[in-house]
Ligand binder design. Structure first.
Ligand code: ATP
Ligand code: MG
Length: 242
């Protein structure tokens, strides 16, 4: 690419896409730990694939580029709110430029397990300036659908602890000295994250899912919403299984 086409700078794909649209669809899930995001997104992926659509699922904090540094920093518990934020932003930028954007341009359904709203909620809770965090992620496209899984802390905590015995240092917000008790710290930290999610819910056009419902029922609600994004010739002939 290069030069100018119909007044669009072709070196700036974002500007081009804004003007001419993008064939793929971006669907993201958000919510506190243990709210059921990954469970639902995997089921959605299965359903889209079953309907012969091209799908790519990507997870927060999963890029090979920064994974080892992030886990090193987390293990030693020596990340500051700013370095914590910037490492996750680097991870996101790597996945965005390498996978998310090219695949959206190629017409894929891109499913993101956590997206920029995770940073908005967590980093601000950690004390980063809200407008600074939003500026850092300014390059990201807004999703076509953002599901927010609303769940009380006790339920999410029970779900996490039934899968593994301990809460992790950063997920419990222990770096913030909220309480010496790890469970109490988790409760305070996660409730502040919920406040952040709730306060951006309207502005960011979240589709709120009652995450206390059963797995099947939540999935039915999600699929109903996603149907609106399917190619027009497909609606009416969508396969419901599996
Ligand atoms: N609707 C539900 N009812 C009961 N249990 C559920 C429900 N949804 C998910 N679970 C269970 O809760 C646990 C956490 O679910 P899941 O991993 O999907 O959450 P998550 O939001 O992706 O968490 P994290 O942010 O930590 O990745 C899993 O063991 C899962 O089987
Ligand atoms: Mg998950």
């Amino acid at each position: 690419m290069g030069g100018d086409y119909l007044g669009v700078d072709l070196n700036s794909p974002r500007q081009f896409l804004k003007k001419y649209g993008i064939p793929g669809k971006l669907i993201v899930v958000e919510g506190i730990d243990g709210s059921g995001k990954s469970t639902q997104l995997r089921l959605l992926e299965k359903w889209l694939r079953y309907n012969n659509l091209e799908v790519f699922r990507t997870e927060w904090n999963s890029s090979d580029l920064v994974k080892s540094i992030t886990s090193k920093g987390k293990k030693k518990a020596n990340l500051t709110p700013t370095t914590f934020s910037l490492l996750h932003a680097t991870d996101f930028a790597d996945r965005f430029e390498r996978n998310i954007l090219p695949l959206l341009r190629a017409g894929y359904f891109v499913l993101a397990d956590r997206y920029i709203y995770t940073a908005y909620a967590r980093d601000v809770t950690r004390g980063c300036n809200p407008s600074w965090v939003r500026k850092v992620y300014d390059f990201a496209l807004k999703p076509d659908l953002a599901f927010y899984f609303r769940v009380p802390i006790d339920i999410s905590m029970d779900r996490i602890l039934s899968g593994r015995p301990k809460l992790k240092y950063y997920e419990a917000g222990l770096d913030l000295n909220l309480s010496k008790d790890v469970y109490e710290s988790y409760r305070i930290f996660q409730s502040r994250i919920i406040e952040q999610y709730e306060s951006m819910s309207k502005r960011e056009n979240f589709t709120v899912i009652d995450a206390t419902l059963g797995i099947k029922e939540q999935q039915r609600i999600m699929r109903d919403k996603v149907k609106a994004l399917l190619p027009p010739k497909m609606t009416g002939s969508v396969l419901e299984a599996p």
